[in-house]
Ligand binder design. Structure first.
Ligand SMILES: CC(C)(COP(=O)(O)OP(=O)(O)OC[C@H]1O[C@@H](n2cnc3c(N)ncnc32)[C@H](O)[C@@H]1OP(=O)(O)O)[C@@H](O)C(=O)NCCC(=O)NCCS
Length: 157
Protein backbone atom coordinates (compact mmCIF):
# COMPACT_ATOMS: atom_id res chain seq x y z
CA UNK A 1 0.00 0.00 0.00
CA UNK A 2 1.59 3.34 -1.02
CA UNK A 3 1.94 6.34 1.31
CA UNK A 4 -1.48 8.08 0.95
CA UNK A 5 -0.14 11.54 0.33
CA UNK A 6 2.85 10.80 -1.87
CA UNK A 7 2.10 12.39 -5.27
CA UNK A 8 1.88 9.86 -8.11
CA UNK A 9 2.73 10.65 -11.73
CA UNK A 10 0.10 10.40 -14.47
CA UNK A 11 2.28 7.79 -16.20
CA UNK A 12 2.00 5.40 -13.23
CA UNK A 13 -1.68 4.68 -13.84
CA UNK A 14 -2.12 5.27 -17.58
CA UNK A 15 -3.81 2.29 -19.20
CA UNK A 16 -4.70 1.03 -22.68
CA UNK A 17 -7.64 -1.35 -23.20
CA UNK A 18 -8.34 -2.94 -26.59
CA UNK A 19 -11.33 -4.99 -27.63
CA UNK A 20 -12.42 -6.48 -30.95
CA UNK A 21 -16.01 -5.58 -31.84
CA UNK A 22 -18.14 -8.67 -32.51
CA UNK A 23 -21.66 -8.99 -34.01
CA UNK A 24 -23.17 -9.10 -30.50
CA UNK A 25 -21.95 -5.51 -30.03
CA UNK A 26 -24.06 -4.26 -32.97
CA UNK A 27 -26.93 -1.80 -32.99
CA UNK A 28 -29.85 -2.05 -35.45
CA UNK A 29 -27.81 -0.22 -38.11
CA UNK A 30 -25.06 -2.83 -37.97
CA UNK A 31 -22.50 -0.53 -36.33
CA UNK A 32 -21.30 -0.82 -32.74
CA UNK A 33 -23.90 0.10 -30.12
CA UNK A 34 -22.95 3.31 -28.28
CA UNK A 35 -23.78 1.63 -24.97
CA UNK A 36 -20.92 -0.84 -25.44
CA UNK A 37 -18.50 1.98 -25.98
CA UNK A 38 -19.81 3.79 -22.89
CA UNK A 39 -19.31 0.63 -20.81
CA UNK A 40 -15.73 0.22 -22.09
CA UNK A 41 -15.02 3.91 -21.46
CA UNK A 42 -16.27 3.57 -17.87
CA UNK A 43 -14.13 0.43 -17.34
CA UNK A 44 -10.99 2.04 -18.75
CA UNK A 45 -11.52 5.23 -16.73
CA UNK A 46 -12.14 3.26 -13.54
CA UNK A 47 -9.02 1.12 -14.07
CA UNK A 48 -6.76 4.17 -14.39
CA UNK A 49 -8.25 5.56 -11.15
CA UNK A 50 -7.96 2.20 -9.35
CA UNK A 51 -4.31 2.04 -10.36
CA UNK A 52 -3.78 5.58 -9.12
CA UNK A 53 -5.59 5.19 -5.78
CA UNK A 54 -4.91 1.48 -5.27
CA UNK A 55 -8.48 1.37 -4.01
CA UNK A 56 -11.90 0.35 -5.24
CA UNK A 57 -13.59 3.24 -7.00
CA UNK A 58 -17.15 4.11 -7.99
CA UNK A 59 -18.28 6.30 -10.84
CA UNK A 60 -19.81 9.51 -9.52
CA UNK A 61 -20.43 11.35 -12.80
CA UNK A 62 -19.85 11.07 -16.55
CA UNK A 63 -19.68 14.16 -18.75
CA UNK A 64 -21.70 14.19 -21.95
CA UNK A 65 -20.22 11.99 -24.68
CA UNK A 66 -20.19 12.89 -28.38
CA UNK A 67 -19.48 10.21 -30.96
CA UNK A 68 -17.75 11.71 -34.00
CA UNK A 69 -17.50 8.56 -36.13
CA UNK A 70 -19.33 5.20 -36.17
CA UNK A 71 -17.39 2.12 -35.04
CA UNK A 72 -17.82 -0.94 -37.25
CA UNK A 73 -18.13 -4.61 -36.37
CA UNK A 74 -14.65 -6.11 -36.88
CA UNK A 75 -12.92 -2.93 -35.70
CA UNK A 76 -10.51 -2.99 -32.79
CA UNK A 77 -11.57 -0.41 -30.20
CA UNK A 78 -8.60 1.11 -28.37
CA UNK A 79 -9.18 3.10 -25.19
CA UNK A 80 -6.39 5.23 -23.71
CA UNK A 81 -7.24 6.25 -20.16
CA UNK A 82 -5.32 8.45 -17.75
CA UNK A 83 -6.02 10.29 -14.52
CA UNK A 84 -6.29 13.99 -15.41
CA UNK A 85 -7.19 15.44 -12.00
CA UNK A 86 -7.32 14.49 -8.35
CA UNK A 87 -9.23 16.18 -5.54
CA UNK A 88 -9.26 14.82 -1.99
CA UNK A 89 -11.22 11.62 -2.64
CA UNK A 90 -12.25 12.19 -6.26
CA UNK A 91 -10.36 11.67 -9.51
CA UNK A 92 -11.11 12.55 -13.11
CA UNK A 93 -10.16 10.11 -15.87
CA UNK A 94 -9.81 11.21 -19.46
CA UNK A 95 -10.50 8.41 -21.93
CA UNK A 96 -9.68 8.71 -25.63
CA UNK A 97 -11.34 6.20 -27.92
CA UNK A 98 -9.95 5.12 -31.30
CA UNK A 99 -11.30 2.55 -33.73
CA UNK A 100 -8.78 0.63 -35.82
CA UNK A 101 -9.47 -1.38 -38.94
CA UNK A 102 -7.06 -4.27 -38.20
CA UNK A 103 -6.62 -5.06 -41.91
CA UNK A 104 -5.76 -1.59 -43.21
CA UNK A 105 -4.40 -0.29 -39.90
CA UNK A 106 -6.46 2.89 -40.37
CA UNK A 107 -7.32 4.50 -37.04
CA UNK A 108 -10.03 7.04 -36.34
CA UNK A 109 -10.57 9.04 -33.17
CA UNK A 110 -14.21 8.42 -32.28
CA UNK A 111 -14.57 10.28 -28.98
CA UNK A 112 -12.98 11.58 -25.78
CA UNK A 113 -14.74 11.27 -22.44
CA UNK A 114 -14.26 12.68 -18.95
CA UNK A 115 -15.48 10.73 -15.93
CA UNK A 116 -15.19 11.26 -12.18
CA UNK A 117 -14.63 8.47 -9.69
CA UNK A 118 -14.44 8.39 -5.91
CA UNK A 119 -12.08 6.06 -4.03
CA UNK A 120 -13.66 4.02 -1.25
CA UNK A 121 -12.15 2.61 1.93
CA UNK A 122 -12.88 -0.90 3.18
CA UNK A 123 -16.11 0.34 4.79
CA UNK A 124 -17.30 1.86 1.48
CA UNK A 125 -16.69 5.49 2.52
CA UNK A 126 -14.87 8.07 0.35
CA UNK A 127 -11.15 7.96 1.18
CA UNK A 128 -8.23 10.27 0.25
CA UNK A 129 -6.23 9.55 -2.89
CA UNK A 130 -2.61 10.45 -3.67
CA UNK A 131 -2.31 13.86 -5.37
CA UNK A 132 -1.62 13.70 -9.10
CA UNK A 133 1.89 14.64 -10.20
CA UNK A 134 1.58 16.31 -13.61
CA UNK A 135 5.13 16.15 -14.98
CA UNK A 136 4.96 17.34 -18.60
CA UNK A 137 3.60 20.66 -19.92
CA UNK A 138 0.79 18.70 -21.59
CA UNK A 139 -0.15 16.99 -18.30
CA UNK A 140 -0.06 20.32 -16.45
CA UNK A 141 -2.38 21.93 -19.03
CA UNK A 142 -4.75 18.94 -18.86
CA UNK A 143 -4.79 19.18 -15.05
CA UNK A 144 -5.81 22.87 -15.16
CA UNK A 145 -8.57 22.12 -17.68
CA UNK A 146 -9.78 19.14 -15.60
CA UNK A 147 -9.82 21.28 -12.45
CA UNK A 148 -12.08 23.80 -14.25
CA UNK A 149 -14.40 21.00 -15.41
CA UNK A 150 -14.64 19.69 -11.83
CA UNK A 151 -15.46 23.18 -10.48
CA UNK A 152 -18.24 23.48 -13.08
CA UNK A 153 -19.64 20.05 -12.16
CA UNK A 154 -19.76 20.96 -8.50
CA UNK A 155 -21.47 24.28 -9.29
CA UNK A 156 -24.13 22.40 -11.32
CA UNK A 157 -24.78 19.93 -8.50
C1 LIG B 1 -19.71 8.48 -4.84
C2 LIG B 1 -20.27 8.54 -3.44
C3 LIG B 1 -19.55 7.52 -2.55
C4 LIG B 1 -19.97 9.96 -2.93
O1 LIG B 1 -20.56 10.08 -1.68
P1 LIG B 1 -20.82 11.53 -1.05
O2 LIG B 1 -21.47 11.36 0.25
O3 LIG B 1 -21.42 12.42 -2.09
O4 LIG B 1 -19.35 11.97 -0.75
P2 LIG B 1 -18.74 13.41 -0.78
O5 LIG B 1 -19.78 14.50 -0.75
O6 LIG B 1 -17.68 13.40 0.29
O7 LIG B 1 -18.04 13.49 -2.20
C5 LIG B 1 -16.91 12.70 -2.46
C6 LIG B 1 -16.14 13.35 -3.61
O8 LIG B 1 -16.93 13.24 -4.78
C7 LIG B 1 -17.06 14.53 -5.38
N1 LIG B 1 -18.37 14.58 -6.02
C8 LIG B 1 -19.55 14.27 -5.44
N2 LIG B 1 -20.54 14.45 -6.36
C9 LIG B 1 -19.95 14.87 -7.49
C10 LIG B 1 -20.42 15.23 -8.78
N3 LIG B 1 -21.72 15.19 -9.11
N4 LIG B 1 -19.53 15.61 -9.71
C11 LIG B 1 -18.23 15.65 -9.43
N5 LIG B 1 -17.71 15.31 -8.23
C12 LIG B 1 -18.56 14.95 -7.28
C13 LIG B 1 -16.95 15.51 -4.21
O9 LIG B 1 -16.58 16.78 -4.68
C14 LIG B 1 -15.86 14.84 -3.40
O10 LIG B 1 -14.62 15.10 -4.01
P3 LIG B 1 -13.29 15.50 -3.14
O11 LIG B 1 -13.20 14.57 -1.97
O12 LIG B 1 -12.16 15.28 -4.12
O13 LIG B 1 -13.43 16.93 -2.76
C15 LIG B 1 -21.80 8.28 -3.38
O14 LIG B 1 -22.48 9.35 -4.03
C16 LIG B 1 -22.18 6.98 -4.07
O15 LIG B 1 -21.99 5.89 -3.53
N6 LIG B 1 -22.73 7.06 -5.32
C17 LIG B 1 -23.06 5.87 -6.08
C18 LIG B 1 -21.86 5.46 -6.93
C19 LIG B 1 -22.23 4.35 -7.87
O16 LIG B 1 -22.90 3.44 -7.48
N7 LIG B 1 -21.79 4.49 -9.14
C20 LIG B 1 -22.22 3.64 -10.21
C21 LIG B 1 -21.65 2.29 -10.17
S1 LIG B 1 -19.91 2.27 -10.11
Amino acid sequence: MPERHTPKPVSASRIILSQLMHPEHANLLGNVHGGWIMKLVDEAGALACMRHAQRKVVTVTIDSMDFHQPIRIGDLVILNAEVSYTGRTSMESTVEVHAENPITGEQTHTNTAHLVYVALDDAGRPTPVPPLLAETEDEKQKFIQAQERQQQRLQRR
